[in-house]
Ligand binder design. Structure first.
Ligand code: SF4
Ligand code: SF4
Length: 386
């Protein structure tokens, strides 16, 4: 029998004790790019960037101290584009001084030699750079000519400075044909590359970016050609027990937006409270909404509880909330991916789970009302009171 490795054991330990091991900080919603699939309405011109209300470096430093005292281990700065914050290096230095493993998620736009060196001196361990395809594909997705050259230049500068680089690639209709080319490019540059076929609706509920999502059939065909597109399951993957947690959101991961609002995960922007008004530990230990969220288990899932694909499914409750207004529902990308992981073709495009393995429980959708602010709703806006 495979025994869990150190990373899996650390994951189990932090989950069991609600230790906020990995935190994501959105420093800004501003971005010089305008990526077609972006989930931030600000980058699509539907909402004014709220630059003036972003937390200051001093405010963030106080919050970083609270995270350190709560036992956090890993910190990722993201955006928008975090390089737009001139104090990024100062914040990274503060975080690494508190002994966090510090990571940055970026498009690479605006990075030069001097900033790459300063970020290395500030203790950044790794960068994840968004990369969408060949130059013409990448620039078409970002809406900015020259953005491919910018990301590749950033990758070289960061590597030269001694910072590890990985590429992140959402797989879409417009770039799936470039997947093999991207794999080879990443190999040439000595970088890892992660593909993700899940394009989620935007934070304001707009679903227009879903037109870029691969159909289940196209995803299935892509995986047949390039099997490494499939996510790897942990070697000790087992059938989840009814008492298992839904995921790490609000247990060992959490996220903060540029204005100090705490949520269980970047992908699950349910507002728990604001860190300018309430200390992190108070919210983490005592928030009634977080407590209710943590009470939900696999056994409470009305559609997935009886599904034979559960052991290979990486259903994200945040995507379920966006797709179907219910954190407890199945969702189309998860069902497709699970079917492919199980070695079958993708499921019907009809929506909801069409899996022949699935025997839905008779639980009512009302089970989700246990989750406070995540009550079932067809509109994400009403599902997520702010
Ligand atoms: S499954 Fe979704 S909500 Fe849960 S931790 Fe992962 S990304 Fe966050
Ligand atoms: S395959 Fe679909 S129904 Fe089955 S566990 Fe995953 S999301 Fe739920």
């Amino acid at each position: 029998m495979n025994r869990p490795g150190p990373a899996a054991r650390l994951n189990e330990l932090t989950l069991a004790h609600n230790i906020p091991a990995a935190l994501t900080i959105e420093l800004t919603r501003r971005c010089p790019l305008s990526c077609a699939h972006c989930y931030l309405p600000e980058t699509r011109g539907r909402s004014a960037p709220a630059g003036g209300r972003e937390l200051t470096a001093g405010q963030w430093k106080r919050i970083l101290g609270q995270f350190a005292r709560a036992g956090a281990i890993q910190l990722a700065f993201t955006g928008g584009e975090p390089l737009l914050r001139p104090d990024l290096e100062e914040l990274c230095a503060c975080a690494s001084g508190l002994r966090f493993d510090v990571r940055v998620y970026s498009s690479g736009s605006g990075l030069d030699r001097s900033r790459a060196g300063a970020l290395k001196s500030a203790g950044v361990s790794s960068f994840e750079l968004s990369l969408y395809g060949r130059p013409v594909t990448h620039d078409a997705v970002t809406g900015r000519a020259g953005s491919f050259l910018a990301v590749m230049s950033a990758a070289k500068l960061l590597k030269k400075a001694g910072i590890a680089v990985a590429f992140k690639t959402p797989l879409m209709k417009g770039n799936v044909r470039d997947a093999a080319w991207l794999l080879a490019l990443a190999k040439t540059h000595g970088c890892r590359i992660y593909f993700d076929p899940v394009i989620s609706p935007a934070n304001d509920g707009d679903r227009s970016n879903l037109r870029f999502r691969l159909s289940g059939r196209a995803l299935s065909a892509a995986v047949r050609t390039i099997p490494s597109l499939l996510p790897r399951l942990p070697s000790q993957a087992r059938k989840p027990a009814p008492s298992d947690f839904l995921c790490g959101a609000g247990r060992n991961v959490a996220a903060v937006d540029p204005y100090g609002n705490l949520s269980p995960c970047l992908q699950l922007p349910i507002k728990i409270g604001n860190l300018l008004r309430t200390p992190f530990t108070t919210l983490w230990r005592s928030s009634p909404r977080l407590r209710k969220w943590r009470e939900l288990n696999i056994g409470d899932l009305p559609e997935c509880g009886g599904c034979g694909l559960l052991p290979v499914c990486s259903r994200c409750p945040g995507i379920s909330l966006l797709e179907r207004g219910d954190v407890m529902s199945s969702n189309v990308p998860a069902c497709h991916m699970a079917a492919i992981m199980a070695g079958g073709p993708a499921l019907s495009e009809a929506g909801g789970c069409q899996s022949p393995f699935n025997v839905p429980r008779k639980a009512s959708m009302r089970s989700v009302t246990a989750c406070g602010g995540c009550a079932p709703s067809t509109s994400r806006k009403s599902a997520l009171p702010r």
